[in-house]
Unconditional design. Structure first.
Length: 375
């Protein structure tokens, strides 16, 4: 089987595609033409960096990038949290840089310092606040210009290592280690570039990766075939296998903990505004929940009163016993005074990235960067 055929075989869109209507065929042609234009633009941009027409700036400390090839949903934030904790456990000072998608601030903003959170999610985006909460004491600096954000982090906090969250396509900043997340349930974003699919760049861009981190490997039926396909794309690169492990269930309003087992056999309505809601739904069913409904909103959706009324109506119509959302959604829902439905608490399911295979390979790469940061 050719590489292109293998990629098409792992296309979620291809697996779900039926016989399209005439209108759908026309729309697909329009999207395909637009995607071709996008591909040309990506190719020109890559050439400008390869030819030296566009410079790459280097910060005076190691930079580790956690990125992906697709738009959202592969587990970059849980991976960044895990890496930050790994360095902290080894007495390495670490800082986090990210764009702050969905935030209103321009320029460079310190979302969190070593004393705690210093910004609101509306200003810096939900991911910055999630990172700040999950790794307290680690500075989180937000800015579209990641080089300037890194300079500010170095000036104020003097980290040994900087983690660049969602920066694989941000070629302007030199990175010492590129870790690329691949969602095993939809590895190639439908097999098409934006806007027809979810690929940010052609799959061959994966060859820039120093290691591939496969997420949700417990939710794919044929992991071995996917690994062989990835080996064709980026031969010799370590493949780190991970899963999203649920570890805490809390009340959105008060933070009270609930036993994870309390979802088993219960009627649950899932609420999410994330890039891959299917993974969230699968995690709930794996916990034994009876998923009676799903309220799916766009990624990074800003919830309003009308949205909560919709959720309340769905909970009543489906006789849901619990309404469960993601940790990232809970940050945006916390802005609403009535987060929850009468008699049905809004619960937050927290997950973390658990490495199931390849930890030695990953730690070897991280130790190299960590020692360079101490040098």
């Amino acid at each position: 089987m050719s590489l292109s055929a293998a990629i098409r075989g792992y296309s979620l869109g291809a697996m779900q595609a039926g016989a399209p209507t005439p209108g759908q065929r026309v729309w697909r042609l329009v999207l395909a033409a637009t995607a071709a234009g996008y591909r040309a633009g990506v190719g020109v941009r890559a050439w400008t960096f390869a030819s030296g027409l566009r410079g790459i700036r280097r910060l005076p400390c190691p930079v580790i990038c956690v990125g992906n090839l697709t738009v959202g949903g592969s587990g970059k934030t849980p991976c960044t949290i895990a890496l930050a904790r790994w360095f902290r456990a080894r007495d390495r000072a670490v800082g986090i840089l990210l764009r702050g998608y969905g935030g209103r601030e321009s320029g460079v903003t310190v979302a969190a310092d070593d004393q705690g959170v210093r910004a609101r999610w509306e200003s810096v985006g939900d991911e910055a606040i999630l990172l700040a909460r999950r790794v307290p004491g680690v500075p989180v600096v937000v800015g579209g210009d990641r080089f300037r954000a890194g300079q500010e982090a170095l000036r104020r906090f003097r980290p040994d290592v900087l983690l660049l969250d969602d920066g694989f396509q941000h070629r302007q900043l030199h990175r010492d280690l590129d870790l690329v997340m691949v969602d095993a349930t939809d590895p190639f974003g439908g097999g098409w570039l934006l806007p027809r699919g979810r690929l940010r760049e052609p799959v061959v861009g994966l060859r820039r990766a120093h290691a591939v981190i496969l997420s949700r490997t417990d939710q794919t039926p044929d992991l071995a075939s996917l690994q062989r396909c990835l080996e064709q794309i980026v031969p010799g690169a370590p493949q780190i296998l991970t899963r999203h492990r649920p570890f805490r269930l809390t009340d959105c309003a008060g933070g009270a903990a609930h036993p994870m087992e309390s979802l088993a056999g219960r009627r649950v309505l899932a609420v999410s505004g994330i890039a891959n809601p299917r993974g969230f739904h699968r995690t709930l069913t794996d916990l034994g929940a009876a998923l009676v409904g799903t309220a799916v909103f766009p990624d990074h959706h800003v919830y309003g009163t009308a949205d909560l009324l919709r959720v309340d109506r769905m909970a009543r119509d489906t006789h849901a016993e619990f309404v469960v959302t993601t940790e990232k959604d809970a940050i945006r829902l916390s802005a609403q005074d009535e987060a929850g439905t009468p008699g049905r608490p809004l619960l937050v399911l927290q997950v973390e990235l658990e490495i199931t295979d390849g930890v030695e390979s990953l730690e070897r790469l991280l130790r190299g960067c960590g020692e360079a940061g101490r040098g």
